[in-house]
Ligand binder design. Structure first.
Ligand SMILES: Cc1cc2nc3c(=O)[nH]c(=O)nc-3n(C[C@H](O)[C@H](O)[C@H](O)COP(=O)(O)OP(=O)(O)OC[C@H]3O[C@@H](n4cnc5c(N)ncnc54)[C@H](O)[C@@H]3O)c2cc1C
Length: 393
């Protein structure tokens, strides 16, 4: 197994680095560097800049309007974006629903939906989870009844990330109660501006409204927005989840946050504490190990093996690492990592310290926010079950 990059891959990295640094707006990079609040406009502005270049759809094949990069090129692109402090791409459109539309959508659906995703114009949300149907997703109850050339949808989704901005939502809906729960599920694309759709933000313990409840009350959905065949949605849903879990590993972000942790530790004086530095070193070792695992996946992909078997493993390790760096930042900043204060988040409160280190005010908010990482995208306990069954045998 060869984990080194070729000269062509290194040249590609240089090209991406130069472009990203020239086009990423500094005010957005500043917010990412210091974990300040990113608005919808910030996220979409960067998405559109990437879209214009043809790089928002970084994992897509050329036939669907993507750059046709190899897995290694995509990895290098993501690494450079994270290192330059670009916001993470909101995955629901380009990373999650697009591969499903490519694999199972009709040519008309591909023509209708993919361009708006690739350009960053249309904001998508994910409507899988429901109250009572998270880990046990197949028990979902939101019903879609076929009436003529429409589906009538009734029910509720929950934990819909950034659904307050959503223009379209891809949903798992129940179209049959016959047989096993998995065999009665369909995959529907729903315009969130349709009459009968209500979005209600949920305020979480980090003080933000990152997730929502979405209600469907007799929502009419044209039948041509069904992906693939009725009652085959579970197969399509699983295709999508494997993409979600690889994405959640977040190794590039972890590398950037490790540097931020070191900056905070130095500013706050705990860098000189050997015990604290040991904690940072242990974290760094785990991040390097995760990176090696990601590179092994890429190497396997190059040689044509299926790497997604270990997506669950990447998700488990990646999410634990995210929680650890958030904890260590809190410890490093001590009393300066204040609990969430709305105004502090808005203003990057405390201003810039000498040496370019900013405000520790958002640290507590980040710490609370990171509690989510071991839950979303399939909880780590459930991932461990999957790894035990599919990888360990
Ligand atoms: C911040 C955030 C954002 C999210 N965004 C979205 C989104 O955009 N769209 C969407 O559809 N969903 C989203 N989710 C939902 C997420 O996928 C679910 O929360 C997750 O699948 C867990 O389901 P649950 O919350 O119903 O917990 P439950 O399934 O009720 O689990 C409760 C606890 O029991 C454990 N458990 C359950 N079953 C087992 C088992 N078989 N073995 C061992 N332990 C088990 C779990 O690990 C967990 O600790 C989001 C969640 C969060 C927290």
């Amino acid at each position: 197994m060869d984990l080194a990059f070729t000269p062509e891959e290194q040249a590609f990295r240089e090209e991406v680095r130069t472009w990203v640094r020239a086009h990423l707006p500094e005010e957005i990079a500043h917010k990412v560097r210091n974990d300040l609040r990113l608005t919808r406009d910030d996220l979409q502005r960067w998405a559109k800049i990437l879209g214009k270049k043809g790089w928002l759809a970084s994992g897509w094949p050329a036939q669907f309007g993507g750059p046709g990069w190899t897995a290694v090129q995509k990895h290098l692109f993501e690494e450079e974006c994270a290192a330059a402090c670009a916001p993470g791409v909101v995955p629901f459109g380009p990373v999650m629903v697009a591969p499903v539309i490519m694999a199972y959508g009709s040519p008309e659906q591909q023509k209708r939906f993919l361009p708006g995703i690739a350009s960053g114009e249309v904001w998508w949300s994910q409507g899988y989870s429901e109250p009572g149907s998270g880990s046990d997703l197949a028990s979902l109850k939101t019903r879609a009844e076929r009436v003529g050339d429409k589906y009538i949808v009734n029910g509720q989704k929950t934990w819909t990330t950034l659904g307050q901005y959503g223009e379209w939502i891809f949903c798992l809906v129940r179209t049959s109660s016959e047989g096993k729960p998995q065999t009665g599920i369909s995959f529907l694309l729903i315009d969130m501006k349709s009459p009968g759709v209500t979005v209600r933000p949920i305020k979480l313990l980090d003080g933000e409204c990152e997730v929502n409840e979405v209600f469907f009350d007799n929502v009419e959905v044209p039948a041509d927005q069904l992906i693939g065949e009725e009652n085959k949605g579970w197969t399509y849903a699983k295709h999508l989840l494997s993409h979600e879990r690889t994405n959640i590993a977040g190794v590039n972000r972890a590398k950037r946050e490790l540097e931020r942790l070191k900056r905070i530790a130095k500013t706050e004086g705990v860098w000189d504490d050997q015990r604290f530095r040991d904690q940072i070193a242990l974290l760094e070792v785990d991040i390097v190990a995760l990176e090696m695992l990601v590179l092994r996946v890429l190497s396997a992909e190059k040689s044509g093996k299926n790497p997604l078997d270990i997506a669950g493993l990447l998700k488990i390790k990646g999410s634990e690492i995210q929680q650890r760096y958030a904890e260590l930042m809190m410890l490093a900043a001590g009393p300066y990592s204040l609990p969430f204060i709305e105004e502090a988040m808005e203003a990057g409160w405390q201003g810039d310290f000498p040496g370019g280190v900013v405000a520790n005010a958002p640290l507590a908010s980040t710490y609370f926010n990171m509690r989510k990482t071991t839950i979303y995208g399939g909880s780590n306990e459930v991932q461990r079950n999957i790894v035990a069954q599919t990888v360990l045998g």
